[in-house]
Design a protein around this ligand. Structure first.
Ligand SMILES: Nc1ncnc2c1ncn2[C@@H]1O[C@H](COP(=O)(O)OP(=O)(O)OP(=O)(O)O)[C@@H](O)[C@H]1O
Length: 256
């Protein structure tokens, strides 16, 4: 199990929270090899909002699955708060994910028969309650909803909420166990542009509360609002901003 050391250097804003080194993912099917990711190297600064941007098919989801330990690299490594992910067993990775990573999806994936606060409480139940005693969970769930301006929706079912409101509840759910990092896959892809910007701002504000947010999007305009980002194309990094990364196609180190 990965235990985060609250005093370690990676907790300082701007230091690397996540390091991805020479990551390659190759799939072999019927004797044919397909390279989905090719020699990806970058770092995500602690307490930043970091975007991974690229068009459909560029490798964003493949990369996310490596960052969350759902899939394993063919070569290279993912170093999360100083510890390499692939060194752990599947069970240990699943437990680690439950405690350390809040995941937010494009289609919210709230349980339709549970109210907003019950959805957050379920995350506490599944994630062990973030080291809080059970009697403190309801208060914690309400705080998480309030942090993302969803406190007044606590007793509503998902069907009684707009898309943006549902996504706020989903962010509250991701915060429930107080993970240091939130990973979001096209969280605004299903929302109109005004709501998308509001959700982006909400996620960006969480960096001031100690969270590192990794935000995957195909929207270059939203991506450009982030403090740091990489742009992917055909499984390679083609552009980078605000972080140390290697542009694969040119094979050069960039410090910006
Ligand atoms: N299991 C697989 N077998 C073969 N090819 C795959 C597999 N998974 C993904 N791919 C291919 O790898 C490339 C990257 O896919 P990926 O889903 O990571 O892209 P993406 O940027 O997330 O796209 P989108 O924005 O449409 O979700 C695509 O060309 C896809 O067809």
């Amino acid at each position: 199990m990965l235990n985060l050391d609250k005093d370690a250097d990676y907790q300082l804003p701007g230091s690397p929270f996540l390091q991805v080194e020479h990551l390659t993912r190759v799939i072999t099917a019927r004797a044919q090899k397909t390279t989905l990711l090719n020699d990806i190297t970058f770092t995500v600064p602690t307490q930043s909002l970091f975007t991974i941007n690229g068009p459909s098919g560029s490798g964003k989801s493949t990369l996310l699955n490596m960052l969350t330990g759902i899939d394993r690299p063919t070569e290279g490594s993912v170093i999360f708060a100083g510890q390499e992910l692939k060194a752990q067993s599947e069970n240990a990775l699943a437990r680690w994910r439950g405690r350390n990573v809040g995941i937010i999806f494009q289609f919210f994936q709230l349980i339709p028969t549970l109210t907003a606060i019950e959805n957050v409480l379920l995350a506490l139940e599944l994630g062990g309650g973030g080291n809080l005693p059970r009697q403190a969970w309801r208060e914690r769930a309400q705080i998480c909803l309030s942090i993302v301006d969803a406190g007044s929706f606590a007793q509503r079912l998902p069907a009684e909420l707009s898309g943006g409101q549902q996504q706020r509840v989903a962010i509250a759910r991701a915060l429930a166990n107080d993970p240091p990092v939130l990973i979001t896959d096209e969280p605004t892809g299903n929302l109109d542009s005004r709501t998308a910007h509001a959700i982006f701002t909400t996620l960006a504000n969480l960096t001031t509360q100690g969270k590192t947010v990794i935000y995957v999007t195909h929207d270059p305009q939203l991506a450009s609002l982030a403090q740091a980002r990489i742009d992917l194309l055909d499984g390679q990094i083609v552009n980078t901003h605000g972080t140390k990364a290697t542009i694969t196609s040119r094979q050069e180190e960039v410090h910006s």
